[in-house]
Design a protein around this ligand. Structure first.
Ligand SMILES: *[C@@H]1O[C@H](CO)[C@@H](O)[C@H](O)[C@H]1NC(C)=O
Ligand SMILES: *[C@@H]1O[C@H](CO)[C@@H](O)[C@H](O)[C@H]1NC(C)=O
Ligand SMILES: *[C@@H]1O[C@H](CO)[C@@H](O)[C@H](O)[C@H]1NC(C)=O
Length: 193
């Protein structure tokens, strides 16, 4: 019978509010936890990816890529907000993965299974990272242009072995720089915590 009194219903609504607030808090910490988790596992996952990349073929080519490496974008990312950094990493992984899904691969000499596993770990990284990137923004246009030009080197050579080996070499360089970027995010989170 107390339930119908004004104070009781006031209690009820404020409890509802508290409940909603707690749910919100829970959701945001869950997303954060997943993300932290991903970052914690990233170094390990990326090591696996680098190792698969290394083992899927012979020694990396010494040849230089005709497309200039986007060092400047990585420099800019060092100073960017965390959200942009995570987005950049996710988009880079997807763009790299995409390089291996197109073009004439008939002259590729890589081990099928290792290449397959390499691509699976790349996709897994992109998926896990997507859980903590809230926007679906498209990649930076400079980044997209760079990867398009890299992809074109394969098309222009008709899918030559050399052009695929250059893709593999550039991939290694990207994965190493992405790892450094993740390390800097983890370090700055440590400071802010
Ligand atoms: C990744 O590999 C590097 C060197 O290859 C090593 O120093 C580092 O400890 C490894 N990290 C993980 C998480 O396995
Ligand atoms: C792929 O390249 C090979 C030569 O490396 C060629 O024989 C074949 O026709 C090409 N395939 C396509 C679909 O262009
Ligand atoms: C590698 O994969 C291609 C296509 O996915 C297939 O045609 C080829 O037979 C495979 N080679 C080996 C050695 O498994």
């Amino acid at each position: 019978m107390q339930l119908s009194s004004p104070t009781a219903s006031l209690h009820f609504t404020s409890n509802m509010h508290r409940c909603a607030a707690m749910l919100l808090l829970l959701c945001s910490t869950m997303t954060f936890a997943l993300c932290c988790d991903w970052l914690r596992h990233y170094a390990h996952l990326n090591n696996d990816t680098l190792s698969l990349l290394d083992h899927m073929g012979g020694p990396l080519t010494q040849q230089e890529s005709p497309v200039n490496f986007p060092y400047r974008l990585y420099e800019e990312m060092k100073k960017a907000k965390e959200e942009s950094q995570l987005l950049f990493i996710r988009n880079s992984i997807e763009l790299i993965s995409d390089l291996y899904h197109s073009g004439n691969q008939s002259s590729v000499t890589w081990n099928n299974e290792t290449t397959h596993n390499f691509l699976i770990t790349m996709d897994r990284q992109a998926e896990e990272l997507s859980l903590c990137v809230s926007t679906n923004r498209k990649p930076n246009s400079k980044l997209r242009r760079y990867y398009r030009r890299l992809k074109n080197t394969v098309y222009h050579s008709g899918g030559s072995t050399v052009s695929w080996e250059l893709i593999r070499k550039e991939t290694q360089r990207h994965l190493e720089l992405l790892q450094l970027l993740v390390a800097s995010i983890t370090a700055s989170r440590g400071h802010n915590a």
